[in-house]
Design a protein around this ligand. Structure first.
Ligand code: ADP
Ligand code: TYD
Length: 208
């Protein structure tokens, strides 16, 4: 079962992904937490390139690099984990590419990108995606030092945030939008309640 977290930088995704992992582990599961870009040796190296403030990267090249990182992550970590019945939680997945490279960078049109993304992940679709919805101005206040992506500017993050809203409206059965201005605890409680309704398998009896 694949669960993903989405939202603009500083929205509180990583905090919620971590809390969910901890709660699942406390219930006896052996969930895996991954982040994008990253999670494999190659993907972490690509992450270093993508976030490097000293590199100039064209919008389409950026799209390909994020996608290369994701392709490797799916092949090396996500598929095998899903095949062994584990719950995989991913801090960002292909919706990020739709929002950041598709809408933010305006690198490619949406129809092309949807087909491409499906090729990159081999048709894998998350069971649930939690979108932490927060005003871009508020998110900036929560962020620390800016990496290459975070220095993209207000108009860019406005387009990214707007695309996330569109995605949530387009996929209401998969994407659950949560008000990121709520407390950490309230957000986790809402996520946990929803996760329990997902029909989780019983936790494994033997340690993995
Ligand atoms: P992201 O992974 O989306 O960049 P983080 O989870 O790293 O966001 O959170 C960014 C900052 O905001 C951190 O300092 C975190 O402690 C804080 N934060 C996270 N969730 C909330 C919340 N619901 N309310 C206030 N601050 C939060
Ligand atoms: P990271 O520090 O992991 O993000 P966050 O601050 O949200 O936790 O940095 C990842 C950056 O890469 C972030 O700015 C979003 C961006 N990104 C894309 O532009 N496209 C993508 O497909 C993905 C996965 C991330």
């Amino acid at each position: 079962m694949l669960i993903t977290f989405e939202g603009i930088d500083g929205s509180g995704k990583s905090t919620q992904a971590r809390l969910l992992i901890e709660h699942l582990a406390a219930e006896g599961y052996h969930p895996i937490l991954l982040r994008e870009p990253g999670g494999t040796e190659l993907s972490e190296k690509v992450r270093g390139l993508l976030l490097d403030n000293d590199l100039r990267i064209d919008g389409f090249a950026e799209l390909l690099l994020f996608s290369a990182s994701r392709s490797q992550l799916v092949a090396e970590r996500i598929r095998p984990a899903l095949q062994s019945g584990r719950i995989v939680i991913c801090d960002r997945f292909y919706d990020s590419t739709v929002a950041y490279q598709g809408a933010g960078r305006e690198a490619v049109d949406r129809e092309w990108l949807d087909a491409f993304n499906q090729r990159v992940v081999g048709g894998l679709v998350p069971v649930r995606t939690y979108l932490i919805d927060i005003d871009p101005g508020e998110a900036v206040k929560r962020r620390r030092a800016g990496d290459r992506m975070e220095t993209a500017g207000e108009a860019f993050f406005g387009r990214v945030a707007a695309e996330y809203q569109k995605l949530a409206a387009e996929f209401p059965d998969r994407i659950i939008k949560l008000d990121g201005m709520r407390t950490v605890e309230a957000l986790h409680a809402a996520i946990w309640k929803d996760v329990q309704a997902l029909d989780l398998p019983p936790p494994p009896r033997d340690p993995v």
